[in-house]
Design a protein around this ligand. Structure first.
Ligand code: MN
Length: 241
């Protein structure tokens, strides 16, 4: 995939995450530039449902825009730059305030996969608390120092919940980041309902998480969801298999 194709897919992803309500007016998706791993693409500060190709800006890994063209970047772009810097394997990042997972983000308990399709979130998703290192803030990740702290919480994993705020997902592709975000939220919703029933929760075992995660990472599985979500969001689906 070249840079132009990555930008096209990023625009589609913005529409899809908006359609799936994984983001509201806030939240963002980015993709690493496949032609230059030291840079990434992301929209200017705009609601994801409205993002077009003309809104996409390129950033270095310190999250400085290469050419801002007078446009205002997202204040929390450091989340993305710091993850790309810390994790050479990460090709796409989503930061969101997905409503369904927010209850899990106000606890200190790391989330674990409980349903098979959520195995893609990895063995566990830690809760990063901005206050632990930075005290009272406006809760936004607005510097590389903060972004690096969050990236350390993600570690070698797929995601982290952000206390009182939302989540971040680091994935191998744009389709992977959307898929993982969707099932991170679904896993949270299922857990919250199950907890309200008062019974003991049976999580996937580490072996189940590994095997099921592998199945759900296959292109046929990923592509099946992507094709449907693009259709529902009213955007032409790019075949990027
Ligand atoms: Mn945010």
């Amino acid at each position: 995939m070249d840079a132009a194709a990555a930008i096209s897919e990023l625009v589609i992803a913005n529409r899809v995450v908006a359609h799936l309500k994984l983001v509201d007016s806030f939240g963002h998706v980015s993709v690493r530039n496949p032609e230059n791993p030291q840079r990434y693409f992301m929209s200017r500060s705009r609601a994801p449902s409205l993002v077009t190709k003309d809104d996409i800006l390129e950033f270095d890994l310190d999250s400085n825009p290469i050419d801002a063209r007078g446009l205002r970047p997202y204040a929390e772009r450091f989340i993305h730059g710091c993850l790309y810097c810390a994790r050479p394997d990460v090709m796409a990042v989503c930061h969101n305030h997905a409503h369904g997972l927010l209850p899990m983000a106000v606890t200190k308990t790391a989330m674990r996969p409980a349903i098979h399709s959520a195995a893609v979130i990895g063995q566990q998703v830690p809760v990063w608390d901005i206050r632990d290192q930075f005290g009272d803030t406006n809760m936004l990740v607005t510097s590389s120092e903060m972004g690096n702290s969050l990236a350390r919480a993600v570690g070698a994993g797929k995601a982290a919940l952000m206390r009182g705020h939302g989540s971040v997902i680091a994935a191998k592709s744009v389709q992977d980041v959307v898929f993982t975000t969707f099932y991170l939220q679904l896993n949270a919703e299922v857990l919250i309902k199950a907890m309200s029933m008062g019974g003991e929760i049976t999580y996937l075992s580490p072996g189940e998480t590994e095997r099921s995660g592998e199945v759900h990472s296959q292109p046929f599985s990923r592509g099946r969801a992507w094709e449907e979500w693009c259709s529902q969001a009213g955007v032409a689906c790019m075949d990027t298999k």
